[in-house]
Design a protein around this ligand. Structure first.
Ligand code: HEC
Ligand SMILES: [Cu+2]
Length: 419
């Protein structure tokens, strides 16, 4: 009876273990064990390689161990049995020194190779071997959200980063308060962001369209564990369209319904010190240009009007204090009635300047594009240098902002004057 029980226990333990371990591969949009990006694949390969090496070592050691225990154990009929004793065997000692060195080399070569490959931020080459324009995004981490600014494109957004699939995206990263760490497990490894002014660089390359979950991987305060964000990988053609739609937004667009219009006014009176709609440098709070397309509120809460009103009323804390503890919106000076908060919520939910939304990451439609139309043309700069200098002067006097030092953004410069 006893034997049967212990057998049963062992089987039960194995089943539980199998269940637990099979759960380890996790969700496909949040798992380093189901890589969907270039960096994540390399990291996964290294993981598999080191596990194989570990298993081989384990099995070999265990086989020898079992063999020795069985073969050389004290025999019942011969209690004085003593196996032959060896000491100072050169061949053996060389063997067990050389084998680990070889194993370490097998691990080290791809590890070093991948480490340098992942740190490489030089331009990607196209099929003809020419350097492609690099799509750079400035990323800023803040307690407890992320800001994204598409370099030279006059497009900013927060919390949800749209990227083209199959194309390397270059990230230049910093923080506006404390150290955070940018991590999209199924696409790439982690990168810390520092508040000291030095920027870290990395690339992201998603190999499949999809909505991938990102996490802050550095303990940065009470809401660290919910400093979530999303990476939305759409086809290059859809990405191009998205950028173009986002470029036109000024924040002055009038929403259709009268309630939303009132909400817009209330928003402009109470919220614009910290939030922006349309391209803007990083502010105290998230950029809300395409807030209507957000998958989550505040990075992780269900996106619906009820939550949004509660968020606005409690300044991101929540009625029982568990929406985003310690968040920086708590210092907002406004007082709003329930009705006013609801109007603002209605307005914010209309902010959807582009037909390209997270849904496009799931539709399986692949529109190709080389994204060329998004980059400022180099020919123009060399061609009409005399003229463009004059143009710049005019702009500088009328605009007087720091933006004008960058002559490449002529086309969209009016859009920055909305403050
Ligand atoms: C003192 C600056 C400040 C003011 C004023 C302010 N906010 Fe915020 N807001 C923030 C910060 C900071 C966050 C990010 C909080 C976080 O996620 O940790 C935020 C987040 C939000 C979010 C969530 C954004 C997202 O991407 O999910 C919404 C919505 C929002 N604020 C609405 C408003 C509204 C509406 C007003 C005006 C009634 C307002 N805020 C006023 C600082 C401010
Ligand atoms: Cu953080």
């Amino acid at each position: 009876m006893k034997g049967w029980m212990s057998k049963f226990k062992a089987i039960f333990a194995l089943v539980v273990l199998a269940l637990v371990l099979s759960g380890c591969t996790g969700k496909p949009f949040l798992s380093a064990l189901q890589p969907k990006g270039e960096g994540a694949e390399m990291i996964y390969d290294l993981m598999i390689l080191s596990i194989i090496i570990m298993l081989v070592v384990f099995v070999v050691v265990m086989v020898i161990y079992t063999f020795v225990i069985v073969k050389y154990r004290q025999k019942k009929d011969d209690p004085d049995f003593m196996p032959k004793q060896t000491e100072g065997n050169h061949a053996l000692e060389t063997l067990w020194t050389v084998i680990p060195i070889i194993l370490l080399l097998i691990l080290a070569v791809p590890t070093v190779q991948y480490t340098f490959a992942l740190a490489d931020t030089s331009p990607e080459l196209n099929e003809e071997g020419e350097e492609q324009d690099s799509l750079w995004v400035n990323i800023t981490g803040a307690q407890y959200w992320w800001h994204f600014e598409y370099q030279d494109m006059e497009v900013s957004t927060s919390q949800e980063l749209y990227i083209p699939v199959d194309r390397r995206v270059y990230l230049s990263m910093g923080s506006q308060d404390v150290i955070h760490s940018f991590w999209v497990p199924s696409i790439d490894g982690k990168m810390d962001v520092n508040p000291t002014g030095n920027t870290n660089e990395m690339t992201l390359l998603a190999k499949e369209e999809g909505v991938y979950w990102g996490k802050c991987a550095e303990l940065c305060g009470p809401s660290h564990s919910i400093m979530d964000f999303k990476v939305i990988a759409v086809s290059p053609g859809e990405f191009e369209q998205w950028i173009k739609d986002m470029q036109g937004v000024t924040g002055e667009e009038t929403p259709e319904s009268a309630t939303a219009q009132e909400g817009q006014q209330l928003f402009q009176d109470n919220c614009m010190t910290c939030h922006a709609i349309g391209s803007s440098p990083n502010k105290i709070g998230p950029n809300l240009t395409n807030f209507g397309d957000r998958i989550k509120l505040g990075g992780y809460l269900d996106y619906n009007k009820e939550n949004l009103v509660e968020w606005i009323q409690t300044k991101g804390l929540g009625e029982d204090g568990n929406m985003k503890p310690g968040n920086q919106m708590t210092s907002a000076p406004y007082e709003l009635s329930d009705e006013e908060a609801a109007k603002i919520a209605e307005y914010l939910m209309t902010l959807s300047p582009s037909g390209i939304t997270p849904e496009n990451a799931k539709d399986g439609v692949y529109k190709d594009s080389d994204l060329k139309s998004l980059f400022p043309k180099e020919e123009e700069e060399t061609e009409g240098q005399g003229e463009s200098q004059e143009d710049n002067k005019d702009e500088e006097s009328s605009q007087g902002s720091d933006e004008s030092s960058d002559g490449s953004n002529e086309g969209s410069s009016e859009e920055n004057n909305d403050e």
